[in-house]
Write a protein that binds this ligand. Sequence first.
Ligand code: PXL
Length: 282
Amino acid sequence: MKRLMTIQDISCIGKCSLTVALPIISSMGIETAIVPTAVLSTHTQFPNFTFRDLTDDLEPIKNHWKSQGFEFGTIYTGYLGSQRQIKIVSDFFDTFGSKDNYIVVDPAMAEDGVLYPGFDSHFAKEMKKLCAKANIILPNISEACLMLGEPYPGEDASIEFLQELLKKLVALGCDTAVITGVSFSDGTLGFLGYHKKNKEFFHYGTEKIPYRSHGTGDVFSSTFSGALTKGLSIEEALKVAADFTCACIKNTYKDPEHVTYAVNFEAEIPYLLKLLSITPSE
Ligand code: PXL
């Protein structure tokens, strides 16, 4: 069984970070080793959330895993709570990263041009350094602009502008940069990416559902990281992630009892397995 490591928080309610990554990646038949960075009562979009910082546990976890000789096909990081955590995660990359595995960084820190509560420009700078050490990075438009010090152009940014951002993102050091949440002229929503090696852009769009929700970035990045670990190519894995995320949003939009803080990803897991041609055993 292939093994993936994911480093993110546990938001007890909110369907984001580890509570999304663990079920989605496990459902693909991949061993999912989690490194919880903090325990929050909810994600930070709720008022008065609690926050138990687990930063002091991270290095002992890393050292124990190293002593046991664990290896990982993919290391995938999402929301991180502080600059200190980012520095320790960077040490995880040095310890467990190799030419044979993938490092995927989703610099989950902003939306609509605004950093999440508790983050500042120093945090964005540290995240930029972490992105430089990854193979593949998955920022949204806000995160790409914040890391590059570019003004936020809004969600309808032109493709030409985003292509320039992508070239600057790979210049930081990663192999492939992918901007998510891109609106295309044919009315679809999807991703635009760039491979540094062959200087090629690629893109893919799915139906744009008139509904926005938290946690969709984590559904996308988790699905991508799992599919990549299963052996799909970067572009194939991104397409599966886009199709699955779109299905989750659509399901939520149509559900009269949906919650407003997250998407119905659970109900669409059978569709994810179908996309990956995984047949559940009897
Ligand atoms: O990636 C979304 C996310 C993850 N974890 C926490 C968050 C958020 C978004 O707000 O607050 C704690």
